[in-house]
Design a protein around this ligand. Sequence first.
Ligand SMILES: Cc1cc2nc3c(=O)[nH]c(=O)nc-3n(C[C@H](O)[C@H](O)[C@H](O)COP(=O)(O)OP(=O)(O)OC[C@H]3O[C@@H](n4cnc5c(N)ncnc54)[C@H](O)[C@@H]3O)c2cc1C
Length: 342
Amino acid sequence: MEDVLLLAPVELDGALPKGALEALSAARVLAAGGPVQVALLGASVGPAVQALAGLGVAKVLVAEDPALADGRYASDAAAATALAKASGAAVVVAPASSRTSRVAAGVAERIGGRIDTHVAQVSADGGAAVARWYYKQRIEAKLRRKERPWVLLVDPGVAPAARAEGGAAPPVERVAVSIPPPRTEVTGLRAPASGEQTIRPEARLLFVAGAGWTKKQADGKPHPERAEGLIRGFLRASGASLGSSKSLVDQAGEGQKVFAFMSHLNQVGQTGATPRHPKGLATCCHGEEPHVVGWRFIRERRAVNLDPACGWARGKADVLYVADAFAVMERMNALLEAKKGG
Ligand SMILES: Cc1cc2nc3c(=O)[nH]c(=O)nc-3n(C[C@H](O)[C@H](O)[C@H](O)COP(=O)(O)OP(=O)(O)OC[C@H]3O[C@@H](n4cnc5c(N)ncnc54)[C@H](O)[C@@H]3O)c2cc1C
């Protein structure tokens, strides 16, 4: 049984991020029945405290200050260190985000602890243990440490978000933090330029577009505009998240036709993302190993390819449709349109 702390910055509006509720589930597993405290930092944490009602939290430690509205190393590290020390916890769990990832190692050093990042699984059999991947997800290691405090950054999607079972809001304790005068001014947030938001982590379907969409077709010509219309139409009608092969997003650098709504952030694979969706559909993508390795967490896989000997046919997809993706997606969009109308 370990004394575990969940440490999380709140959103700008004071809400608890979904990642924090997932990390809370991980913290409960590690506590193995022991107490779980929560530490919140931000400009105003009221809504987040309310969201913790009925979640079996022993106590909420709070560092509230206007200077903590935005993430900055000096202020976040000072607040997180004070909260971790005040809790006296042996294990400090934080949801991995750009904000926590920036300061967690420094906080571990300041509290005399150790840190492990990219935690992909937690367990408490025979003591707290975590699993993480190495070498581009080819090696999985299970780790235990004797040293405490042990700081753990838990990746998103690793545990289900904790759900309230009914109950009162936990007791709140304010922790005084001496925040150093800021040397960095946050002037705003800038998201990657993209005409349309195509990455939707909560979508039930991952739709992957490969380089075949821009290649010469049966009539000897490429049809990129038609491809763009079909892909965008399907994304709009289905709400799917858009993934890509490396070959397609690399075309920007090679002067070929590129889809403006797609960037390297869409790339799935060994040197891209490893998204989590219940289902995946690959189109005009060959299904080579460096791409398919990014489908590790896609449970049901289907692909449309003209080539019956493509990678998907070799045990990488549950179903391969040997067909022209232009024709398939045109029909699919028409069916979705008809369903919407009816
Ligand atoms: C170190 C390393 C890391 C890599 N990392 C990644 C990575 O992270 N992600 C990644 O994706 N790749 C990665 N790659 C590249 C990978 O090996 C492949 O080159 C890439 O995935 C191929 O992309 P593609 O399948 O879209 O294109 P292609 O190989 O050109 O395949 C296009 C496919 O489209 C099909 N097609 C064409 N027209 C139609 C049509 N009308 N209907 C149906 N099908 C059609 C063709 O039959 C073909 O199979 C990496 C490679 C290396 C060496």
